[in-house]
Design a protein around this ligand. Sequence first.
Ligand SMILES: [Zn+2]
Ligand SMILES: [Zn+2]
Length: 742
Amino acid sequence: MSHKPQYAEVVVEIANRKVDRPFHYEIPAQLQEAVKPGVRVLVPFGNRELDGYVVGLVPRADVTGTKPILAVREGEPVISAELLQLARWMALYYMCPLVTVLQAFFPRTSGAGKKLIQEWCSLEPDVTIGTILSIRKRAPKQAAILEQLQQAGPFLVPHLLNITGADRRSLMSLVNKGVVRIDELEAAPAAEPVSALQEPPELTGEQERVLAAIKPKLAPPQYEVFLLHGVTGSGKTEVYFRCLSEVITSGYQAIVLFPEISLTTHLIERFYRRFGSQVEVLHSGLPLKQRIMTLERIAAGNVSIVVGTRSAVFAPVPRLGLIIIDEEHENSYQQEVTPKYHAREVAIVRAFLNKAPLVLGSATPSLESYHKAREGKFSLLKMGNRVEHKQMPKVLVTDLRRELKEGNETLFSNLLKEKLQERLQEKEQSILFLNRRGYANLVNCRDCGQVIKCKYCDVSLTYYATKKVLKCNYCGYTRPVPMECPECGGNRVRPLGAGTEKVEKELLSLFPQARVVRIDSDTVRKKGDYERLLGIFENKLADVMIGTQMVAKGLDFPGVTLVGVILADQMLNFPDFRARERSFQLLTQVAGRAGRGTGLGEVVVQTYIPEDPTVLAAADHDYERFFAEEIKLRRLMGYPPYSHLIRILVTGKQEELCETGSRVIADRINRYRGNAGAVLLGPTPAPLTKIKNNYRWQLILKGEDIKKMRQLVSVSLREAAQGGSLPRGIRLNLDIDPLGML
Ligand SMILES: [Zn+2]
Ligand SMILES: [Zn+2]
C-alpha cells in the first residue's frame, strides 16, 4: 500500500505579497517520481501558466478544486532541504516573498536542461619530468601548462588557460604531441594522487596560535563563529588556507566569500595554485550558462572549495564543513535589491543549520561582530603583527583650523606640501585621497571645526543650499544655518568640501612639474578607463594619483610611500550613524596603501578636528580604542548593535502621494508601537529624494525586539492597505537592519 503524498505545495514566481504563500496542486501519476521539494515546476495560476517551486508535499489539500502540476523543469539543480530551510528563514527575517529568495539561489534557465559536458585537460600517464624539461626550452607557455597539470591534476580547460596565460593553440599542440589529453566529461576525471601543489609557507607564531584555536571545530565540523581580527598584512589568507585543507581532506566542502572588489585574478590564482581543480569561482559576472554549469558541479559534490562574492553563500555544496568571510565589515555583503539580505547574517544561520564553523576575518571588524565577540557569542582571535616584521605606516594628523589662521587657504597644509615635495624629489609615488559621495552637503565652523548635528539623532545635518536650511535625514528636524557656531560662537560657518578637480588644479599650481593622474567619475567614463589610468600609475608614468574611494581598496602599489587624506571631515560627518565606523575602516585601508613595498610609508590626514577620537585611534592603528569610544555612543543613542532598524521606503511618481502614504503608515505604526517598544523616526524625504523620476520618502523604526518590530510593521502595513487610506501609485520597500539609508 503506498502512501505517496497527493499534493504539492508550490510558491509561484510572482513577487507580490498578496500571493506570498504556498498553493496546493495535484501531483499527476506520471510526475510522482519527479515532483519533490526543491524542484521548479510549471503550474496553472488563474488563467496563466507560471513557474514555481515545490516547497513541500502533503497528503491532502486544504481547498477544493485543485489543479494538477503541468510539468517539472528538468536539468536544473534541485534546491536541497537545507537550502529550503534557509530560504524560509530569510523570507521571515527579511520580510520578503519566499519566491524571491529561491530565485536568488539559482539563476533561472528557460526550457529543458542539457547534459553538462565540459572540457577537462589532464597529463597522459607516461609523461616524464624529462619531457617537460625538454619542452620548457623551446616553448615556455606549453611548459607552464604541463607544470600546472603535474602539480594540480586535471583542470577545466578555461581555468588552465586562464592561470597559465597560455592560449588554446599551445594547448592543442601539446595534444598533438601526445603529452596531454582533453576529455569531454560531466565531472572531473579521477585524478591520480596529486603531488604537492604549491608548498605552504611556514606559519608565524600568531598564525599557529590562531589555527590551533579553530582546528578542533574543523574535522568533524562543529558550529562556532570565529572572529579573526588581524591587522592588514598579518597573514589571514594563510590561516584560511590551512583551515580549508583540513576541512576538505576530511571529505567536506567549504565556501569562501570575498567582497566584490577584492576578488581579483591575483587572489583566485593563489587559490588555484594551492588547491588546483578543487576550486570553483562563483560571482555575478559569470555568464549565465557557465554559472549554471558551475552550480551543477557544486551540487553534485564535485567541488571542494567555492570561492565567490556575496551570493556564493547559497552555493549548493552537499556537505558544508566551513564558511569563511574575508573583510566581513564590507558593505558589499549586503544586497541592495530584494531579497535584501546580509551575507554574514545568512552565513551564521547556514553554518548553524549545517553544524559547521564560520570564520569572519577583518582588520577593522564591524561594530556588530566585535560586540558579539565581546559578549562571548563569537570567539575572538587576534593577530596584531605583520608578517616579515613589516611596520605599520606612520600617520600624521594636521590641523586645518591652524592653517587657516596662519593664512593658508589652499587645500594643502604645509606638512602635506613638504611631504609631497620630498616624494617628488626622491621620485617616489603619492596618492591623494578624497572621500566624496555626491549628495552630502555639510556646513562646519571654521574656528572650532565642528559640523552641526541633529540633537535627536546624533547625525550631521544636511545643507540644502536653495532653501538655506539644515535638515536631518533621519527624523526631519530642520533649522536655518546659524550665523554663529553653537559650539564656540565663531561666525565662520561655511559649506564644507572640495572636489578632485580642485585638488588637481591646486596641486599643479604648487608643483607644475608633477605628473598627475586623476581617477573619479569624470575621468572614468567608459569601460577600460579605470584600468588604463591605474596602468599609468602602476608603470610609474605618474607621480601622484588623485582619487575617491575608488582608489582606496584592494590596490597594491609598491612604489607608493605617501598617502594624503585631503579632508577627513567629509567622511567623519557623513549623515549616517555609521560615519565614524566607516571613517575608521577607510582610514585604516587608505593607510594600508602606503609602504606596501620595502620602504616605510607615511600618511598625512588633514582635518578641522584633529582632536577627533576616531582620527586619533586610526592614526595609532588602535581598533580597540576606537571600538571602546564608538560603542559608548551607540549605546547612548540606541543604535545597532544595541537596537535593530527597519526602514520603510515609500516611492512613487508623485511626491504628494509618497508623503501621504508615509503619513498613513506612520499613523498606524504610532497607534501600536507602544507594544513593540520601538521608536519611529520620520516620515521624511530620503537623502536621495528622487531616483529615476521616483520620489522617495522614508520611515525608520528603531527598537530592541526585531520580532515584535516585524509584527508591528506587517500589521500596520496590512491595516493601512485595508483601510483604503493608502494612496494608489506608491510602492513600499522594506529594509531590515540596512547598512546605508540613502
Ligand atoms: Zn565653532
Ligand atoms: Zn534627527
